[in-house]
Design a protein around this ligand. Sequence first.
Ligand code: ZN
Length: 331
Amino acid sequence: MVKKSLNPVKIDYKKCIVENRLLQIRNDKIVDLADPLKVWTLEINAKDSKKVVDFIRRTMQPNDPVPLMHIKRIKKADIQKKTLRVVLCSVEMIREKQCVISLLKQLGPNFQYNNLNDTHFVPRQAAPTKELVLEWSDKYWPLSWYGNPNDQILNDYTFDMNAIKLLLEQIAIKATEELNSGNCYPIVSLFVDPKDIENPIIAVDRRTNTDFTILEHSIMSGIKAVAEKESKRREQVAKRVKKDTGSVYLCSDFDVYTTHEPCSMCSMALIHSRIKRCIFVQPMPKTGCLKTESGNNYCMHNNRNLNSKYEVFQWIGSEYPVPQIPEDTCC
Ligand SMILES: [Zn+2]
């Protein structure tokens, strides 16, 4: 992790643009939403606080599907009685009260409280501004402020701009070649495996080819090609060792470059295959599924109803023109 001021990559944190070319695509509609979340809380005597905090760090925090690093775990409850209220975990982690009570037994027979409840709410995500930290702390639960969490996310990404430019150039050229050779879906995607960056897989849209189905969008073709390559690799590994340590997901941490903003089928397939990042060139306002205002506003890579996410950037320079296609084309 490099300090923001020492990052050699030029990042406009306000506009979320890297090196004046890569625009971070986020779900704008949820950036400023607290999205309150129910949590299990307990009112305890101050003398028990260290014991409980240790218990939370050890047992609750590592297993909670909602990272609650942005909230203060403890707040004052009753000043006269010297009691504190502590957030144990999200209700999404443990739904049944009895299960929480069972876990609390780990704190020993002298740890006896009968006030476990799920009536408190905390913001699901860290606030993007100091003003919102104050507002949400007042409304829901005291929060910590470590700066805008998205600044940290942008600062922690790795951007090899030279490699990105070369790959975008490759897909733009290939898409033009497809157009010139009569493919009426000149859409191209490229898959980069972090474990084999020298050999990216390039995939074209094949839905007009009678040997393939109408579902063979370039991203689906790419995923299929990755699957075939992985299947061969596993066969080879199986000949040498009994147990393969490969990931259960097909495209773990892959970068995917694509000429046009993917449709809902393709952007969902990228969720299922667990890619890390998608960079596209041409937005598709009618059929795309990543930009906040595209398609049916699913913002698939950053959708709270899904258990996985990936990063998305749009190349906003004019260096890599891609073929124009009808606006109602799913890519
Ligand atoms: Zn598609």
